[in-house]
Design a protein around this ligand. Sequence first.
Ligand code: CP3
Length: 343
Amino acid sequence: MNDTFLKVCRGEEADYTPVWLMRQAGRYLPEYQAIRSHIDFLTLCKTPGLAAEVTLQPVNLLGVDAAILFSDILIPVEPMGMKLEFSEKEGPILSEPIRNRLSVERLVIPDIEEDLSFVLDTIRILRKELENKVPLIGFSGAPFTIATYMIEGGTSKNFLHTKKLMFQHSNVFDYLMEKITATIIAYLTAQIHAGVQAVQLFDTWAGILSPIDYKKFALPHVKKVISEIKNKEVPIIYFINDCAGILKEVKKTGADVIGIDWRVDIADAIKKLGKNFIIQGNLDPCALFLSKEKLEDRVKDILWKGENAKGHIFNLGHGVLPQTPVENVIAMVELVHYYGRKS
Ligand code: CP3
């Protein structure tokens, strides 16, 4: 198996800088669209054979060094007791958002083996299919990011409902975070037992918090998840979008690998984090629309700066955009493999 990605996650020497992409499976791939043309997104996530097929598409088409389970961060929210839909236009919609204590009380901690067996079955299929290829990454949303969807009922611009609950009823907010945290721990533990070889926690919306609020409302729960997963012997990647303002706090999470967005210079992020972390990132997803020559410069710059970290996994600073030309993604992976050689 190509274990370059796992070696770098563990802080070991590797022959080259590994690369994978957040949202590497999805709408920019015609092969994905072909499957999605006759099945809706949620059903696809819940059909292990197809979810596994879609997971493997980018591995075979792009030559990336890791596979990421095809699913969504909101999948565990359904068995917690909320109704989940994906609208083509608006993205995820959670009806009856959480705004008071009673609605938190009604939420349950799911029985993962039973309620999310389709995720675990997808993992088992994938481990067989990937045997001689690349490692499989499992994932979950981080507590704060999941909480924003549950409180807002979907994506938001200013996250006012979330911050109102945090500021006006912090005990209710904490109670919600505790239930989400317990669910995430059970969910990631089950994914690891089913066979994932690394896990990533997506904290897409943590960057909307001031450092004081991140420290108070989000960090303790991220720490709890990571400390529970730490003894399971798989590397933990913590990705925060818009991380620049809170990197000092992010150091305290206990994650092995820190995933960063593109708004921060990777050299500055490495300096702030210090020598104890592996860094993941951070090409602007829109850089995949540059000419090949300009893309080459960007890739080289990130690789060169990444040398100063304890280890570097190349990735985008956020997910691949649906409009991205596939040939540019393939070119990027080739550039990383070419310029990222150590010998
Ligand atoms: O990375 C991968 O290839 C694995 C699959 C994956 C998906 N979502 C598939 C998906 C992963 C890891 C996610 C994580 C996810 N989901 C995040 C964190 C990462 C990030 O992008 O910030 C978030 C915030 C979500 C919630 C979500 N799911 C939104 C806001 C949307 C709609 C907007 C969008 O980006 O498409 C989704 C839908 C979704 N999740 C799709 C896919 C392939 C598109 C569904 C479709 O086929 O129409």
